[in-house]
Design a protein around this ligand. Structure first.
Ligand code: ITT
Length: 215
């Protein structure tokens, strides 16, 4: 059983399609700290989600970057989808010669196991960097801060290049109708097709391989 902490049911559908293990959604809206780095956001989210659930969890933090807009909406992808909407994102780039973009995603896993139980955690060097001064000050005890810093997180990243197009297709979620890869938008693909090339599919492949190695 994989517990996926996310408010986004579309992410869960894709993970369930990809993984052999059953995937359970916990729709806990963990606070996302403002940080440019998806891995930092996801690592913090995984630790918070683990504390909420009390067992092994994954979280996923993803973002769309559009080259003509200097990487916008990037960390603001969720806010921009909710406020502007994808049709107006398309309008922003419709007249650009270069409509290239990329979807980046990070899956972060945390199970609270001691460091040794999680081989080669990639964020070892920066463990604790994502706990800012405010949080340190508000933590109840020094032990809790130390404990948070020690919670291992494993990061799996995926990137897919694409092109922003006028919305097409009925499937998927979020920006899928405006994100084209190899002539098809993500919204025109089945979940399985999207998984074979998407940022999430690529991250899930790495996670699945690692999970398999662990059992
Ligand atoms: P959680 O944080 O609760 O997991 P969320 O939808 O807020 O859900 P993100 O912050 O990772 O998730 O997503 C940022 C935005 O990118 C948001 O508007 C998503 O709908 C969109 N998004 C993420 N993955 C996507 C995908 O595979 N296809 C299309 N849009 C996607």
């Amino acid at each position: 059983m994989v517990t996926f902490v996310t408010t986004n049911a579309g992410k869960v559908t894709e993970a369930q399609e990809y993984l052999d293990d059953p995937v359970e959604q916990v729709a806990f809206d963990y606070p996302e700290r403002q940080a440019d780095d998806l891995a930092t956001v996801a690592a913090h989210g995984a630790r918070t989600a683990y504390r909420h659930v009390g067992g092994p969890v994954i979280v996923d933090d993803s973002g769309l970057t559009i080259d003509a807009l200097d990487g916008f909406p990037g960390p603001y992808s969720s806010y921009v989808e909710d406020t502007l909407g994808i049709e107006r994102v398309w309008n922003l780039v419709a007249d650009e010669d270069d409509r290239s973009a990329a979807f980046r995603g990070v899956i972060a896993y945390c199970d609270g196991d001691p460091f040794e139980a999680t081989p080669e955690p990639v964020d070892t060097d920066r463990r604790g960097d994502d706990i800012d001064a405010t949080e340190r000050a508000s933590a109840t005890t020094d032990e809790q801060v130390a404990d948070d810093e020690q919670l291992p997180v494993r990061i799996f990243e995926g990137v897919v290049p694409g092109t922003i197009v006028e919305p097409r297709g009925e499937g998927g979620f979020g920006y899928d109708p405006v994100f084209e890869f190899d002539g098809q938008t993500f919204a025109e693909m089945s979940t399985a097709e999207k998984n074979t090339i998407s940022h999430r599919g690529r991250a899930l492949a790495k996670f699945a391989e690692w999970l398999h190695l662990r059992v």
